[in-house]
Design a protein. Sequence first.
Length: 305
Amino acid sequence: MKELKGIIIPAITPFDEDGKLRLDWLRENYNKWNKSRVSGYMALGSNGEFRSLSDDEAFDVIRTASEARAEDKIFIAGVGRESLYQTLKFIRRLEESKIAIDYISVLTPGYFRNAMTDEALIDYYQTIADFSSYPLLIYCAPKFANEVCISPQALQHLAKHPNIAGIKDTSQDMMEDYMKAVGGRDDFEVFSGSLGNIITCLRYGGKGGIISSANYFPNTCAKLYEIYEQNGIEETMEYYNRLSLLSKNTGGGYGVAGVKEVMNMMGYTAGLPRKPLLPCKKEVHDKILACLKEQADWLLDPCKL
């Protein structure tokens, strides 16, 4: 099992102006990312617009990404569905096709929010972990799951399962509680799911994060963890503050549409978000462009402006 460590790209899914899935563009992006310093990729997280894909499309994205990624890169596939039955069915399809995946990521079900008790979530994740031949990462992203979070108590219980390898936390306020509950274990990793909580993760001994800005600034984002490894958290803060501000003023402030807008500016082929998500307006494009031109000399990634 590859060690979950460093900066991982939550890869976008490219669509053309008609909303058609473009696997050829996806391959092009992976070929470019493979030359960067990131540790790996996550396909079909929120940046991957997984809710906008059919199961067949999701399967094709995972298969294409698995084939396109460099062998030394970690590969995480988002496979979660609202029901246990559909989640297991999708995992079985991947297994039967022998798709090479290092970890599967499963978002907390959220439609029936009030029913998502500790008992229900423990049962859901334990059953998946028992069934899957792939190691499991719990995906906590309350913004995209009707505010459902795993409790620290439930996480302590689930962390004991030999096939549950960690949690990706994208929440604004749970990271410290999760790190106190299960951080520092050799057999379970609490991994940041956003630039906003990666410093808390690192302060408690975490090993990195899955950062949306890495879609378009892969080397610049990868350096954050490299500085931390070499010099510790205090030396990381100055770099983090500048990277965080740059992210906020480019793609980070505009969701998936912003991520794709910056990627297209940086020489990737991200296409457009799939409707009902709308692309960035011209004034946003111009604002991002001005920021990129101003910061081009600081970036470690080639700027195709």
